[in-house]
Design a protein around this ligand. Structure first.
Ligand code: HEC
Length: 100
């Protein structure tokens, strides 16, 4: 898959989840659209990536910060975590934690 078609697929995935947004979680939900390709719709994984659905926001934010600083080594998440600000990491962690 080319980079462009991967980005398009992620964008379409974002639109698919977009309709259930509330103003408060829009930012976290927009970021999550970029995670769901691997972690599954609403973070319910069907593949190799772990499920994120309903995880503790604090633990998930810590995992992301550790990936970002490379305190925790991973196959792909170090690169991904570096693409987000600390506030964005907090937003996406809260988004997954608040999914019912
Ligand atoms: C390209 C696929 C891919 C994408 C995109 C992706 N992840 Fe991951 N994620 C993984 C894999 C695979 C792992 C397991 C650790 C590893 O090998 O990197 C993981 C692990 C994690 C973990 C640790 C879970 C645990 O059990 O400790 C968190 C938290 C996480 N990802 C959050 C995210 C967030 C938030 C996003 C979106 C900003 C995201 N991931 C995007 C593939 C992905």
């Amino acid at each position: 898959m080319t980079r462009t078609s991967l980005l398009s697929a992620l964008f379409v995935a974002g639109l698919a989840v977009g309709h259930s947004a509330t103003a408060a979680d829009a930012s976290g939900q927009m970021i999550a659209a970029q995670c769901n390709g691997c972690h599954g719709f609403e973070g319910k994984s069907v593949g190799d990536a772990p499920s994120l659905h309903g995880r503790s926001a604090a633990l998930m934010a810590k995992a992301m910060m550790d990936f970002k600083s490379e305190a925790r080594q991973a196959t792909i998440m170090n690169r991904i975590a570096k693409g987000y600000s600390d506030a964005e990491i907090q937003n996406v962690a809260e988004y997954y934690a608040n999914l019912k």
